[in-house]
Design a protein around this ligand. Structure first.
Ligand code: ATP
Ligand code: FE
Length: 342
């Protein structure tokens, strides 16, 4: 939940934002339970709205446009957000705007202290997506490549689960990896030399499973002793592929700017390796500027959705419309919104 302010063409300013994490609730089940997620959305949405308005020093009547996530995502959770946003818009007599969840991730670095400029290559690495995009402006997204199976975040989460690290596994695996040797296990880097910009992480998960089983067969102590090495090697395999393919996308497009977005963008090893590679003047293609969202805005948040709505309106591509009937789009490819939908 968030409130942003726009003045003419100046960059939108975040006035306040609040987030209720559902991680603790889902932890007991080892993953997201859709029905619990939407019920908890219902419980949280009004208190969070009140909190944001209070923190921003505004009242509901000050709102000009109400934005919500239209998709993609879990239908139940989307419907709660869309229903509340449209009801609020109708009650206030203000227009509403449905936003693409991935556009929110993609534009989130514009809220950082070091915002990017268009055009850029975007590496979108989240729990459900791994994509490289050419971004020429708001709404101008060209898909360059994407995962053909698991997403990078999913690879982190599933590997972590196999290693008994709980949910969500990404941050836990990254933390354990800090104490391990990234070269200890040779793990596959699928499609690394495929010549295209696609990714594949399903094979990595299988390799982690095999290695875990081998270690456990020796003994539980052996598994515990080598777990950090396995975590570090897993992270290295994922990061390696993400970095190489991002550099390839920069070379293919000739662009000098890279934007990283989505939950895996919080990963320290990924940031360190991207920064080092992109700062290297001897690299083919030369030095590249890399931009990230603030750490707390890498995973899902309301600020990025409010920002994406504000930037869409500023770009003049889309108008907010009076709240009437609404629909959500649980499946919705980002490059399908290139053409204005208003
Ligand atoms: P999508 O945006 O594709 O619909 P999502 O909203 O579930 O998916 P995000 O909230 O962007 O995904 O990111 C969550 C993912 O990021 C999880 O898979 C999580 O493990 C991963 N993640 C978060 N922090 C880290 C980290 N430090 N290292 C690695 N992975 C991380
Ligand atoms: Fe997300």
């Amino acid at each position: 939940m968030a409130l942003v302010e726009t003045r003419d063409q100046a960059a939108p300013r975040l006035l306040a934002h609040a987030l209720h994490s559902q991680i603790a609730m889902h932890q007991a089940y080892g993953g997201v339970v859709p029905e619990l997620a939407s019920r908890d959305h219902i419980r949280r949405v009004l208190p969070l709205t009140a909190q944001v308005m209070r923190e921003a020093g505004h009242v509901l009547a000050d709102i000009d446009v109400v934005a919500y996530t239209r998709g993609p995502g879990l239908a139940g959770a989307l419907l709660v957000g869309a229903g509340v946003a449209c009801a609020l818009g109708a009650a206030l007599g203000k227009p509403v705007l449905g936003v693409h969840h991935l556009e929110g991730h993609l534009l989130s670095p514009f809220l950082s202290a070091d915002p990017p400029e268009f055009p850029f290559v975007a590496l979108l690495v989240s729990g459900g997506h791994t994509q490289l995009m050419r971004v020429d402006g708001v709404g101008q997204y060209q898909l360059l490549g994407e995962t053909i199976d698991d997403a990078a975040g999913e690879a982190f989460d599933k590997s972590a689960k196999l290693m008994g690290l709980g949910y969500p596994g990404g941050p836990a695996l990254a933390k354990l990896a800090e104490q391990g040797d990234p070269a200890a296990f040779k793990l596959p880097r699928p499609l690394l030399h495929s010549g295209d910009l696609d990714f594949s992480f399903a094979g990595l998960k299988t390799a982690v499973l095999t290695q875990s089983q081998r270690l456990r067969q020796v003994s539980d102590e052996e598994f515990e002793a080598r777990k950090a090495d396995l975590a570090a090697s897993t992270q290295a395999a994922i990061v390696d592929v993400l970095v190489k393919k991002s550099l390839a996308a920069l070379e293919t497009t000739g662009l000098k700017r890279l934007v990283v977005a989505g939950g895996v963008g919080a990963n320290k090893a990924l940031r360190a390796q991207l920064n080092a590679a992109c700062a290297n003047p001897r690299r083919r293609g030369g030095v590249v500027r890399v931009h990230y969202p603030e750490l707390h805005l890498c995973t899902d948040n309301g600020a990025m959705i409010a920002l994406a709505a504000a930037m869409r309106l500023q770009s003049g591509q889309q108008r907010a419309l009076p709240a009437a009937s609404f629909e959500v789009k649980p499946r919705w490819p980002l490059d399908a919104i290139t053409v204005a939908t208003a």
